[in-house]
Write a protein that binds this ligand. Structure first.
Ligand code: SIN
Length: 488
């Protein structure tokens, strides 16, 4: 695949790290391969940065941040709006780059570019709405107020499953309120990050405010991010295991932390659900991005009275899903990102079958070969199965049967995770009862698709800390200062 020939503007395909406003090769000259997950073909060679380059980026960010913070919110907002416009103008190319390095279908990639860009537009607007308070003073001669000020330099580590949107959801709020950032993109998908940097550069975001440091040595790069005193905040999307390491390593420098970690989302279908709505919602939630999102339904709990009907209707739809190269027409499911991910999916299916599960459709590697896996539905799922306690991160719906509302809530909450939970019911009272009882950051009734710049995205328990997007997203990048003025 010649990626350059697929895009209109090949200057969006960058291979250097982006530090202090320029694309630069690794100091050592080292590069790493970016491959297309469909063919395993190398589509680019990208600078493999070491810890010293991360330090250089931190120095650039630290030097640039005060002047950026000193701009008015409106000035920063106007530059961000320009970045948003450029992303939308180049949406087709950004989507092609994303599909080439990540494998999701092109239509889904285009959807992600719209989603990702919406965070830039939203936070350009929110920048102007950062407000402190004037407090009722306890002293006649003193005024009390609060100021909201940027934390300073922040570090971001982003995943491969949303190579565009997870960057903009972190970078846009941070820079909108006057911070500067150093960002390490996933090694599988650095090209989308570098294309965003190119557009940020064209939009006039000053040198040093956004720095992108690709590299294979994640522990070394992460170590600088956690231990450098000049970095005041770290934001990460990825596994709970890595989130714990980052939290531990950031303890010495007492950083502000936001973590968007793993999930084990329940999707509950009650007897009184609208069947078509529940099937559509399950497909939207479970099979989005080939099941590779932190909010994909992982355990599907179906009440006994609707179980067989739901299983049959879901199976009929899933069996029709077209799997293939994301660049081909009509494809709705691409490959699993890598061999490790593919093996986990295989392991979960084999384990479910060994423990009495029945495969209604799929259940094996797809004839496309490589890391393609058939969209799968399994009935007769049991608590002892791996899919009950581990996130599959693949296109496998395991259907558990339950009898009562109370039982469904207990099963749904029976996990260390607490990111998203879905449920389907037409009983309004139940909508509120269940929504309040679910120990999750996001309780979603009667739909499987809800991600947008407007809703606060984030989890509780082992699923993380903090919220991204929404009117609350800027809070993660601001410190509150008490200011007291005496002698009045
Ligand atoms: C994720 O999987 O972490 C993000 C999903 C989303 O933003 O909807």
């Amino acid at each position: 695949m010649d990626l350059h020939s697929l895009v209109k503007d090949s200057s969006l395909i960058q291979s250097g790290a982006y530090i202090n406003g320029a694309f630069v090769p690794a100091k050592s000259g080292a590069t790493f391969d970016v491959t297309n997950p469909v063919t395993n073909e190398v589509i680019a060679k990208v600078a493999d940065c070491d810890a010293s380059m991360m330090e250089e980026a931190v120095t650039a960010a630290h030097a640039a941040q005060p002047a950026w913070a000193a701009k008015t919110a409106k000035e920063r907002a106007n530059i961000l709006k320009k970045w948003y416009d450029l992303c939308m103008e180049n949406a087709d190319d950004l989507a092609i780059i994303l599909t080439a390095e990540m494998g999701k279908p092109l239509a889904e990639a285009k959807g992600e570019i719209g989603y990702g860009s919406s965070f830039i537009e939203w936070f350009a607007e929110q920048a102007k709405r950062v407000m402190g308070d004037v407090l009722e003073s306890p002293f006649a001669d003193k005024k009390f107020m609060t100021l909201r000020q940027p934390v300073g330099v922040f570090a971001a580590i982003t995943p491969w499953n949303f190579p565009n949107a997870m960057i903009t959801r972190k970078v846009a709020p941070g820079i909108a309120v006057g911070c500067a950032c150093v960002l390490k993109p996933a090694e599988q998908t650095p090209l989308s990050a570098l294309a965003l940097a190119e557009l940020a550069h064209r939009a006039g975001i000053p040198a040093g405010i956004i720095n992108i440091i690709p590299g294979m040595d994640a522990p070394a790069l992460g170590d600088v991010m956690c231990r450098d005193e000049r970095i005041r905040k770290i934001t990460f999307t990825g596994s709970t295991e890595v989130g714990r390491i980052l939290m531990r390593q950031s303890a010495d420098t007492i950083k502000k932390i936001s973590l968007e970690l793993g999930g084990n989302a329940p999707l509950i279908v009650f007897d009184d659900a609208d069947l078509d709505e529940a099937v559509e919602g399950a497909i939207a939630s479970k099979y989005r991005n080939a099941g590779q999102t932190c909010v994909c339904a992982n355990r599907v709990f179906v009440q006994a009275g609707i179980y067989d009907k739901f299983a049959a209707a879901l199976t009929a739809k899933v069996a029709e899903m077209k799997v293939g190269d994301g660049f081909d027409d009509g494809v709705v499911q691409g490959p699993i990102i890598d061999q490790q991910g593919f093996e986990k999916v295989e392991r979960h299916v084999a384990d479910a079958v060994a423990k009495g599960g029945t495969i209604l459709t799929g259940g094996k590697p797809h004839e496309m070969g490589g890391t393609f896996f058939e969209p799968t539905v399994i009935t007769g799922a049991q608590k002892e199965m791996q899919v009950y306690s581990e996130e599959t991160f693949g296109p496998v719906a395991a259907l558990f049967k339950f009898e009562t509302e109370e039982e469904a809530i207990t099963l749904a909450n029976d996990t260390i995770f607490g990111l998203a939970a879905y449920y389907f019911t037409k009983d309004v009272g139940r909508v509120f009862r269940v929504g309040e009882a679910l120990e999750y950051g996001m309780a979603i009734a009667n739909t499987g698709a809800y991600s947008s710049e407007v809703g606060p995205f984030g989890g509780v328990k082992a699923s993380g800390l903090g919220r991204e997007g929404s009117i609350y997203g800027v809070d993660e990048f601001l410190e509150m200062k008490l200011m007291v003025v005496g002698g009045i």
